[in-house]
Design a protein around this ligand. Structure first.
Ligand code: 5GP
Length: 209
């Protein structure tokens, strides 16, 4: 067939991307993605299923699908999760079908997961894009966790200890963004910019699930 662009090369097809946003608890993953949603960025934001109780400000179906342990176990037994993990005592999992359907529509998918979950996705979907959010300092991370006031003191210390270990995983990621205080818009824009740059790759990533 004749090449309608008349270019001397074939333009590469641009398959939809799977973007993993990870980093320690409290770093601002949810807030950054919320900012992206509010800017109406045209991505599919994956909503995780969890057995954790809903926090006052959270909305079922928007922030998480809050489900029972039994429901979670059934979904797990049916192999419905692309990735699932126990994080601080509760189950979290992402629906493989939801990711597949969005990618099938040509929509880029963004998922936020903890660092162990990102390691799982790296093994099963190596062509995903891995972005690590880092706090500007340990003090800033502690302040953010305290401000959230969702955990009692001893759990807060557990999260801070885990955060130190998780940060040593950063070298396994493709991109690193320091999520500065009061700079959610910059962080959202950087995530967007990374995705746009990925769309200019000569050899595009191809996600198969
Ligand atoms: P929280 O309960 O404070 O909202 O989340 C606790 C941690 O679990 C956070 O680091 C959050 O990003 C992570 N998380 C949320 N959804 C998932 C998921 O589907 N898989 C994994 N592995 N972690 C998740």
């Amino acid at each position: 067939m004749e090449n309608p662009t008349n270019l001397p090369i074939d333009l590469p097809a641009r398959p939809a991307l799977l973007v993993v946003v990870s980093g320690p608890s409290g770093v601002g993953k949810d807030a950054a993605l919320k900012q992206m949603r509010e800017r109406n960025y045209p991505f599919h934001f994956l909503v995780t299923c969890t057995t954790r109780p809903k926090r006052a400000e959270e909305v079922d179906g928007r922030d998480y699908h809050f489900i029972t342990k039994e429901q979670f176990a059934e979904m797990e037994a049916r192999g419905e999760f692309l990735e699932h993990a126990i994080v601080y005592g509760y189950d979290y999992g992402n629906s493989r079908r939801e990711v597949r359907e969005a990618l099938g529509r040509g929509q880029d998918v963004i998922m936020r997961i903890d660092v162990q979950g990102a390691a799982t996705i790296r093994r099963t979907v190596p062509d995903a894009i891995f972005i690590f959010l880092l706090p500007p300092s340990m003090g800033a991370l502690e302040a953010r966790l305290r401000k959230r006031r969702t955990e009692p003191e001893e759990y807060l210390q557990i999260r801070l200890h885990a955060a130190r270990l998780e940060m040593s995983e950063v070298e396994n990621f493709d991109y690193l963004i320091v999520n500065e205080d009061d700079a959610l818009d910059e962080t959202a824009q950087l995530i967007y910019a990374i995705i746009q740059a990925e769309k200019c790759r000569v050899k595009p990533r191809r996600v198969t699930l």
